[in-house]
Design a protein around this ligand. Sequence first.
Ligand SMILES: [Zn+2]
Length: 269
Amino acid sequence: MTITPVRHSCTRGPLIAIEGITGVGKTYLTHRALEALDVLDGQALDETVPGARPLLLDGFSQRADGRPGFGEALLGALREASAGDPFLRGGTPLAETWLLLAIKRYDLDTVVAELARGRAVVEGRSVDTTAVCQALLLHPDTPGSALETARALLDFASAYRPLPDLTILITDDAHAAIARTQQRDQRVLTSEQARLMEEACALYERLATTDPARYRVVDRRTVDERQAAELVRAWIHNARTGLDCVREPWQGPEARCMCCGRRADLAPA
Ligand SMILES: [Zn+2]
């Protein structure tokens, strides 16, 4: 006989990740979607009301209050070790993976209180970014192995940090994203950097197909900007209901919910 937790919905807010390679328009579409949420939900900017405007973490280790924190210090160490490489490659991909996952744990720690009071949190880049980028560095020329490793890294990450409830992948033709990146950053990517972006683009898409319950995909090759923002808005809106309790994975199924404090009701399966 096995014992499984009984499902019940939690009062917490959802944790939503926005993923995709640089230059696909993640930040732009997320801001447009959040503005549309304000208008359609009539919630304006009252952040004291539970369920009000989602809290946005714009990027890796960027705290909502804008103050530098531990995550930024860790990211600074990676930047320093990679001597200006835009993909933070310092030559020790596994050690860098653990550090990147530590940053993502830190990012979660900074928002648990907001989730607990029912507020949605939108995280620009989550553990999927780390899984995709580091898997490519570990298997530069073998896409099959990179996908397998990306899945394994996600499993590893989920052992000490709950995965997002919903992951929105924004994708596009890689060349279009590369062109936007070059235009925005006023620099030309090397052919090696452009190839890495193409491989990352393909790997994000393949990884998304392995977990259709968690992923929603916006493909900018098939929807225009307005439709893309509307999809993101609707998914964020819909993610607010029917959430299960969330527990520290390392504490096991009997632990209290990180947000509402409730213990799982264990019942025979
Ligand atoms: Zn709960």
